[in-house]
Design a protein around this ligand. Structure first.
Ligand SMILES: [Fe+2]
Length: 140
């Protein structure tokens, strides 16, 4: 079974949408035919990025631990200042989704109880958007 089967191309489950005016961010748990609107305009779909040529590294890295897995953002620890930080890390494991929030000053690392390090993980940077170790190949 694919490890990211929650990311259905048809129903757009787990799609991340952002309002470019107020900054509200939403996750789609079931899509309909309408357009998601905030502050009077369509929300912007956040595309999963998987290659980071910049000096800051955003692609999440998964390592097995004795009790589960550890997810780090990224190879070089991402800044965690008020102006620039990782807002959350999520693990998508088959039909299971785990999300852990982060705050400025935290380490850009979280532990999860999942045991398979082959899972799909995503992380969201407040300045640089959505990142994944296994980005979806086709746009929704
Ligand atoms: Fe960033």
């Amino acid at each position: 079974m694919p490890r990211d089967n929650l990311l259905c191309k048809v129903c757009r489950m787990l799609e991340i949408l952002k309002c470019t005016i107020c900054g509200k961010i939403c996750m789609v748990v079931h899509n309909g035919s309408g357009t998601s609107v905030c502050c009077g305009q369509p929300m912007e779909r956040q595309v999963e990025q998987g290659e980071d040529p910049g000096k800051e590294k955003h692609v999440p890295v998964v390592e097995k631990t004795q009790t589960g897995i550890q997810v780090k953002v990224g190879e070089i620890p991402h800044p965690m200042t008020a102006e620039h930080h990782i807002q959350w890390i999520e693990v998508i494991d088959g039909s299971s989704l785990s999300v852990k929030g982060l705050q400025p000053g935290d380490s850009p690392t979280k532990e999860f109880a999942h045991t398979d390090p082959a899972v799909k993980v995503r992380a969201y940077c407040n300045k640089h958007g959505l990142w994944s170790n296994k980005p979806s190949k086709t746009p929704h």
